[in-house]
Structure formats: structure tokens, C-alpha cells
Design a protein around this ligand. Structure first.
Ligand code: NAP
Ligand code: GLV
Length: 313
């Protein structure tokens, strides 16, 4: 079996070494521009369209992340580019859920206990006690209850705050109030104090973090965006911070990454920026999962994590 690998910023020797250990019979190679030789499987992150084009023999594409928006964007821009019979497979957790729980818990706790404001007070050399937010009404709303959002919602319950979740289809998560479908969106938002975004980036979800959404939240609410930059309308966030409708935001993802030096988010006193690290792809866990799925596919078995092109995730 022939496998091509592409991840511009990865330690490719380490990836190929691990994949060779798990798949000793495979013929593995790093894809380079101009490589049109046949391959059965592709393991990629943000690959150029040339890698996918004219590969009718490709059986499956393994995305080195949870979000497949970059690959689906290739097909959206030039329909027919992706191999017609290839299954698209996303990473399922591989250690990302724990990282997302940690990041979201940290952000929510920081706002619940007003540590962000104490950081600002320290910068001004001011000794001042602030009234704590009431935990019982500090409702956190998690947008997206999939592999990552579901775990984040469960994890946030540990803080003793009310947790709500929003998804496309109904689901049961003990202790979490679930709202499903667009007709329940406004009810989900109503009174939320911290909005944590873990939706996939699709045509339906692009721009969902906008002025209308912010206006439905509790006055002085907080935003945590750990999903994708295009979910957020940047100017609407800045306006909501100016008006006081939002108190602060923690942002891990941006329209353009790296975030441009001159972007106002960098210096905004109530915006916290991290460089797309809320849940990183862990090499070892990912290699083991992908290799197991390639073996299962070769035996004709079904696997999890297959992307539904019509849903976009
Ligand atoms: P997932 O398992 O595909 O879950 C997506 C969730 O969103 C599902 O609950 C789904 O509802 C819901 N959803 C999708 N479209 C919706 C819509 N139009 N309205 C309401 N709900 C909708 O995805 P995941 O693994 O949890 O990952 C979520 C996203 O996190 C990824 O797509 C990626 O963009 C981002 N991410 C970011 C980082 C980072 O480091 N910043 C790392 C990993 C992932 P149903 O359950 O009803 O289908
Ligand atoms: C990272 O952003 C991912 O989608 O896994």
C-alpha cells in the first residue's frame, strides 16, 4: 500500500518513523509538488490542491486535525478536485479533548473569578477587591457538542456553573441543558455569561459570532473562540466590547493566521490572544489512530470519523 504524507510545519522524520513502525509493509513518502505517482492513502494537513487533483485511485484522505474546513474549501473553490471515491477522515480526539477542556476551563475560571481584571489592576499597581460573579447564575453556553464540545461541556460542570450546549441534532449529556436546531438558538443564548465556540466551520456557521448573537447574551458576557476564525465577525466583537455588551474575549483562532501584527486584537486590553494552541495535534496518538484505521479499511471494515460532505463536518 502506498501512502503520501504532507504537513508543511511538522517534523516529517518523526511522523514517517512512527507511521513506519505502525505500518511496516506500507510504502510511505513525503508528498512534494509535482508528485503525481499513485497513492492509496493521503495523510495531510492544509495541503495544496495539487496534492488531491487527478488522484482517482486514492481510497482515503486522513486529515491531521479535527476540522476539515481547509480540505472542503479546496473542493468548494474547484468542484471535482477531491478524488471522487476517497473517504475523508478527521482525527477523533487523539488527546485534543483533554486540551480543549483545560483551555476552556482556564478561560471560564479566569472570568468567573475576575482574574483578568486583577491582572489589569496589578498592571496599574492598584489593590482593589472586586465582587465575585455569582456562580449559580454564571451560565456557560457551549456551541457544538461533538467530539470536543461534548467533553468541554462535561468538563465545565466541574466548576459548578450551569452549562448549556447547542448542536444541530438533539443529544443527552447528563447535567447539561441541550438546545438543538436553529429554532432553539436564541433560547440557548438567552442569559449566557460565557459563550464557548466549538462548532465546525461550515457555510451554516460562518459569522455566527456576530452582533445579533452577542446582543442575546447576558450584559457583560464573555466570549471564548477555540473553533475557527471565520466564525467571528471581528468588528462586531470590537463594537460589543466598546459598548459593554461583552466584557472580554479569549481568542485562539483568527481569520488570517498568524494574526497580523497590526490587528487591533493584539493590543486590546480585554482581548486575550493565543496562537491556535487550544488543542494541538499530538503525533503519537494521531499515528496510532490513523494506522489502526488504515488497517481496518484494508480489511474492509468500517471506521469512525468519516466526514459527511453534505454537512461539511
Ligand atoms: P465535531 O465532532 O464534528 O462536532 C461538531 C459539533 O457541532 C456537533 O455537535 C454538531 O452537531 C455541531 N454543529 C455543526 N454544525 C452545526 C450547526 N449548523 N448548528 C448547530 N450545531 C452544529 O467537531 P469537534 O471534533 O468537536 O471539533 C469542533 C471544531 O473545533 C473543529 O471543526 C475545529 O474547527 C475546531 N478545533 C480547533 C482546534 C484548535 O486548536 N483551536 C483544535 C481542534 C478542533 P451534531 O452533533 O448535531 O452533528
Ligand atoms: C485544529 O485546529 C484542528 O482542527 O484539529
Amino acid at each position: 500500500m502506498k501512502i503520501i504524507f504532507y504537513e508543511e510545519h511538522a517534523d516529517t522524520d518523526a511522523w514517517l518513523g512512527g507511521l513506519r513502525r505502525e505500518l511496516p509493509d506500507a510504502d510511505l513518502r513525503i508528498w512534494q509538488p509535482g508528485d503525481t505517482a499513485p497513492a492509496d492513502y493521503a495523510i495531510v494537513w492544509r495541503a495544496p490542491r495539487e496534492l488531491f487533483a487527478n488522484r482517482p485511485e486514492l481510497k482515503a484522505i486522513f486529515n491531521l486535525g479535527a476540522g476539515v474546513d481547509a480540505i472542503l474549501d479546496v473542493e468548494r473553490k474547484e468542484p471535482g478536485t477531491l478524488p471522487p471515491n476517497a473517504t475523508l477522515v478527521r482525527l477523533e480526539d487523539t488527546g485534543m479533548a483533554q486540551q480543549m477542556v483545560e483551555y476552556s476551563t482556564y478561560a471560564v475560571l479566569r472570568y468567573l473569578r475576575r482574574f483578568d481584571e486583577y491582572e489589569a489592576l496589578q498592571r496599574e499597581g492598584r489593590w482593589q477587591k472586586l465582587t465575585q460573579h455569582a456562580r449559580a447564575s454564571f451560565t456557560v453556553g457551549v456551541l457544538g457538542l461533538g467530539v470536543l464540545g461534548g467533553e468541554v461541556a462535561r468538563g465545565l460542570l466541574e466548576l459548578g456553573v450551569p452549562v448549556r450546549g447547542y448542536s444541530r441534532t438533539a443529544k443527552k449529556i447528563e447535567g447539561v441543558e441541550v438546545y438543538a436546531g436553529p429554532e432553539r438558538f436564541d433560547a440557548f443564548l438567552d442569559g449566557v455569561h460565557v459563550l464557548v465556540n466549538l462548532l465546525p466551520h461550515t457555510p451554516d456557521t460562518e459569522g455566527i459570532l456576530n452582533a445579533r448573537t452577542f446582543a442575546k447574551l447576558a450584559r457583560g458576557a464573555y466570549l471564548v473562540n477555540v473553533a475557527r476564525g471565520p466564525h467571528l465577525v471581528d468588528d462586531d466583537l470590537l463594537a460589543a466590547l466598546d459598548s459593554g455588551q461583552l466584557a472580554a474575549a479569549t481568542l485562539d483562532v483568527f481569520h488570517v493566521e498568524p494574526l497580523a501584527k497590526e490587528h487591533p486584537f493584539w493590543k486590546h486590553p480585554r482581548v486575550s490572544v493565543t496562537p491556535h494552541i487550544s488543542a494541538e495535534t499530538l503525533r503519537e496518538e494521531s499515528i496510532v489512530q490513523i494506522a489502526a484505521k488504515i488497517k481496518a479499511l484494508s480489511r474492509g471494515e468500517t471506521i469512525g470519523g468519516i466526514v459527511d460532505f453534505s454537512r461539511g463536518y
